[in-house]
Design a protein around this ligand. Sequence first.
Ligand code: NAP
Length: 852
Amino acid sequence: MAQSDVDVVVVGAGFAGMYLLHELRKTGFSYRVLEAGDDVGGTWYWNRYPGARCDIATTDYQYSWDPELHDQWQWSEKHAAQPEILRYAQFVAKKHDLYSGIEFNTRVDGAEWNEVAKRWSIHTSTGETIICQHYVMATGCLSVPKEPDIAGTEKFTGNVYVTGRWPHEGVDFTGKRVAVIGTGSSGIQSIPHIADQAKELVIFQRTPNFSMPAFNGPAPQYRVERLKADRATYEHEARYSGTGVPLEDSTVSALSVTQEEAFAMLEEAWQKGELLSLGNTFMDSAINRKANDVVAEFMRMKVRSVVKDPEVAELLSPYKHGYGTKRPCMDTGYFETFNKPHVRLVDLNTQPIRSITETGIDFGKESMEFDAIVYATGFDAMTGAIVNVDIAGKDGVTLKNKWENGPLTYLGLTSVGFPNLYMITGPGSPSVLSNMMVSIEQHVDWIRDTLVHMREQGFETIEPTPLAEEGWRVHCTDCADITIFQEANSWYMGANVPGKPRVMFPYIGGVGRYRMACEEVVAKGYLGFELGSGDKKQCNDGLVREVQPDVDMVLDFISTLNLPAMETMSPTEARAFSEASSAMRPSGPEVGEITDGVLQGADGNLEYRLYRPATPGPHPIAVYFHGGGWVFGSHTSDDPLCRDLCAQSNTLIVSVNYRHAPEAPFPAAAEDGFAAVKWVHANAAALGGIPEKIAVAGWSAGGNVAAVTAQMARDTGGPQLSGQLLLCPVTDGSQQHASHRENGERFILTKSLMEWFWNHYATPDQRKNPQASPLLAASLAGLPPTMLVTCQFDPLRDEGNAYARALMQAGVQVEHVEARGHIHTSITMVDMLPSGAPHRREMARALRGFFN
Ligand code: NAP
């Protein structure tokens, strides 16, 4: 083994570095902890602007690793101010003798990995080079103030202050003419205090922000009581919660209540004075624009109720970004400040800054003189502190170069090409979207455990694999894609720093889900990491999260319900159960008209439901066959999907209630399907459709009926079909495909449920008939253009894939979508699972394409 000066170098002595130092000592690693400031506290050391406070309540923003602290330290307020939090950090540092382990006034200027020695060389501002095995960046997410990007900043001869680098001795603005640029959290907290002193205060606002009063005071009693009663449970809940603060997840859609009801619920959350309570009032405000608008309008109403000048109130009201998509703020008297006669708001959208001058600011058509300018313009967040240090990994590639198009990490903790480098609350982890204390402790614990594991197992290096890192990037993107966060020009998206790549920097899948992913990685033998020492290697490569995040949440939710397996029920019970479940889902989009009727099936009348587009007809027609394993479901059971297809494809959908097994087994469904298509063709004009433009469509067993119907139409002289749209179709009764085993459990449609369906529908012999298993048809040539969608975690995936391949080989025009991360049911869950929406758009586009 190569020599090191120490096992671990830690950069930063904020709450992350302090805790890590404690743990390194406890586990017997040698270390150097380097800190640029001259005291502990990190963010709370640097951000000393007036009014600086933590937005997370003191009941939650404190260490949990030293239980004694809970008795030894008493917080004076619900939202502690910066000096008190700094004192807390100092108290902990003294109590645990951390000061003796930290080298202050020491920066890291550069670091490089030596692939031969398997060691990092860390270069410090004191001219030293430290050789270490592990290198931990505990540098914080919001520690590098953004470079000024306003013309003329260097010219100003008055006093200049930056909120993130506030003078330790404080600033007295009494009698001064002051300009504040920026209305994020730092601006919103400091402005009321500056206004109290200044003779004249002008606030330059580019984007108004959502802010609610902190209602500061004693810690919230209901939290204190819960903590006292059972701290362990409280902390456990925090660790597995969405944000690192125990909150009950909402199950109410903002769109399912009247505005009056919604505002009453929001008022209750508002009165709590807790940052996360408003965003948590409704289940859909982060994923649905309209739902978010309800919260945003409530917030704007609050601004109007405080700010006396309606024009100023309007300027202070955010319209361009959704609530929560930029970090919302907590304030004390912020909006009230604008009622003061010596305070003025300048809207930079109509009066942009032309230049900072020697004596003040030229903006719009005006010039104003100031004694002081306060920049509350934010940070080069998440990555600034990491890439500002020249960190060169394998082959000399720097992290800055690697991250040119956005940070690439595995779990936000590590990065390919940078062995033994760890980031605490790095990009790709919940970090700034969480209670930092909870996230910091989790990362420190993970790093400590990993170092101990490596030592015990004799591994020298750990590095994520490219597959795992790319998988994590995809998962992070999937999580962001189902939210509306990407619409906002926020620092979460890197949008505040010119030239920064526009990606979602933090992980938005939630603290608890993230923690479970980290735990799973370890439990699976460091899944996605390569551990090595000389010739000894261990690599269990793979992806930790592959299911779409919203699908995963639904699966988790369902697993908590302990529902009986459908295959243990009688068909009658299963039908009732299926109907009851369907009753709870959103109804889907509006269409022009919905009518019910009867059509002639193969053996008597069948009910149908017709969905007519809102546009003038006649329209092309898709005859749709519902899912339900030939046993349950009806012409109305796939209502949301049918509405969606109708509205998006401008196609008339006729959903057919074919006969069900076991009462009407094979070939009843197939024969009814074909009879229905013939009837629709014959009656197309009367239905308002175009007889020459008829397609079939279906999901699951309905996809089977559609596929079989298309073959029957081909083989028995019509009608001529324009296309077939098959979503997760059953195509092969043998059930021998690998996906039946791989996806046979957990994903709603299970292997045993599929067997139950087949057992009710067709005997083993009958399953060999192409009218039960369309994949077994002698030829697939001459079938209409096909859109076939298969889902990665569907037991039916491989038989669907096989059908797509067979159709292509037979010369059929096929568009095959393999829906990554989806399960058998997820694409049908309209307005519930945003990740299914792009696939439904594709399906609708294909349907339109059939008819052109
Ligand atoms: P910020 O949220 O990024 O706000 C910066 C403000 O400056 C924004 O209003 C921004 O406008 C404006 N700005 C930036 N460049 C500008 C320019 N060239 N011209 C005009 N205006 C410009 O930064 P922050 O307020 O320092 O807060 C950063 C984060 O730190 C917070 O979101 C929060 O996570 C954390 N923080 C927390 C607390 C707390 O817990 N109490 C307190 C302070 C900070 P645009 O919006 O148009 O970009």
